[in-house]
Design a protein around this ligand. Sequence first.
Ligand SMILES: [Zn+2]
Length: 337
Amino acid sequence: MPFRTIAGHSRLLSLLARAIARDSMPPAVLMAGPAGVGKRLTAVAVAQAINCLHPTASNAFERDACGECASCRRIARGTHPDVVTVEPGESGSIKIEQLRDVIDRSQFRPFEGRRRVVIIDEADAAGADAQSALLKTLEEPPSASVFILVSSIPDALLPTVLSRCPRLRFGPLTPGEVARVLMRDHGYSEHDARAAAADADGSVGRALQSQSDDLTEAREDAERILQATARDTDPVKRINVARNLTEGKRTPAEERNRLAVRLRSLGSLLRDVGIIASRADRAMLANADLEGRLETLSSSFDAERSQRAYAAVDRALAALDRNASPKLVADWLLLEL
Ligand SMILES: [Zn+2]
């Protein structure tokens, strides 16, 4: 991802581009700032700008990567031999062995690039022993290597490490910048992107996270609907379930959106229940993690009922699209399931 495609941070990015163009990039830097604002993307952009085979130049960026040559593409994929990223493993921490390995490799000349770039993402996840192992390298960095430490909690780094890495401070993005990234890179509609960006504190990462929290909650609600309607045919109880779906203080647009997300989730569960009920290939399950509970539901929702219910969800979504009242749609659907 070349500098010109990164959202925000224009002054900082043009400083980096100039340093790379003039071969004055420091051997070690710390990219510090809130999570989800583009620090790691910038580290990758630095690696590309340094090692690109057909670098470009513009008023904004004295040197930038083309983004398309073999070198840029391999760096983006993480397969360039001279660009190494170290990040926390499953344990959540960066182990001393991981750092020793890249330190050893950084002593040699780059295989094919101009300079070797070592990106240490979430550098604060390295324990004191691991950071100490890095310290000597930061004191006398190999000339053909650049170390980029990335951290959203830089205060967790050893003072000795901090003192050897000039700090590049990344601030939050503006809501407009967050929204543009959500639309361009994550397929958001303009409306959804603006809504998510308004509540994201300038962090693309946070906007994406809160969406996935929403989806998790939506799927739980959808599962509750299926459980509540599986055997119980009492219309009053069903209307109560529908009320739970739409109650709460929200704007009409939020309410419509919230119900639509739940209905899509309900459709996905019903499709899976239908797969189980009709003994089709379970590899096709979209919610495989819920397989056991969906299996239980399939004793109430046989193939025919789940198909009928799926069609009802489809009609409910179409009605929402035509601006029908979310409350009426929820009531109608709950009686149809
Ligand atoms: Zn390139």
